[in-house]
Design a protein around this ligand. Sequence first.
Ligand code: ZN
Length: 363
Amino acid sequence: MLKTRVSALLVGWIAVFGLVSQAFAQMPELRRADPNHVPVFSISHVNGGVYRASVDNHATLFMVTPDGIVLADPIGPGFAAWLKEEFDTRFGVPVRYVVYSHYHWDHASGGGVFADTAEFVGHANMLTHLALPPPTTTLADVVGQYEPVAALDVNGNGVVEESEVPIDIQRFYGSDMTQFPGFDANKDGVLSGAEVVRGPVSLVQAPNITFTDEIEITLGGKRVTLTWLGEMNHSKDSSMITFPDDDVLMVVDFISFGRLPNREMDYENGMFEEWMTAIRETEAMAKNFEFVSTGHGPVGTWEDVMAWREYLEKLQAQVAAGIAAGRTLEQMQRDITMDEYSDWFGFDWVDENVLGMYHFLTD
Ligand SMILES: [Zn+2]
């Protein structure tokens, strides 16, 4: 009798510890950056009036016309300031439009330096994403990629002070600026739950021109179109951007080339099937363009979009088979290796990709 009770207790403790370890395994890591990193800026010609500009692993496009420049994502404050100088010296025309692929801090920040000459164009949902959640939102409400930021509140006073933030926290690309001022919407020097949930988007210049399905802009006789891709896990405001007169299509984050999907793949937002639909629609559209450029990875073609779709389909099939066979998340994270993608950037994220797919298929 006693022995049975001890066994039951042991089983109970193993169950509890098992849950705890699974909870730890599921919490994303705090994103960090080397404070001494020196960013690499570059500009290269793609086709016609379209150029690609990049800082380290983040890229965008811009189109030069006699009447000015249409710039896609400005990426970050330091990078945008550098771009403005390059535009002045290389082309001598101002930025007339900044067009956003989506609202995320690491692509949409820094456009304010062009506010004296430019209009800002984004999907209507961008404004919803940039709005603060209700002030009653607490740090305990933060789920997903910013959960480790909320966890920095070690003194438990309900806000994250700058002194609680490690020196090597993620920085804006091409800038010394940390994410802290990006989160701190009201500039009071501490981060509330609402500010952490919203994300580090305070340096995003909100669009003054919005659209719901599609918008076409003409500048200097050339067109730029933004087409909404629907709500999906990555964001609810993602648009493909085309430069049809120069045969270039741009897509950001929901598709990348030569690299794995980012970490846990934004599983907290669900909507995996909607993501796959957007990828398939883009793959079909991309066949009409000679050049496809992404926010991460080299300029490619529709076949690179196909490769990205196939990666996700293979991952989905393996995780689904593991779930059907009764295997645990930890077993799948150990055994699903996706070895044929070992030459892709971020190959060490396979276990986090498995985590994200597990959530997509079970939540
Ligand atoms: Zn993004």
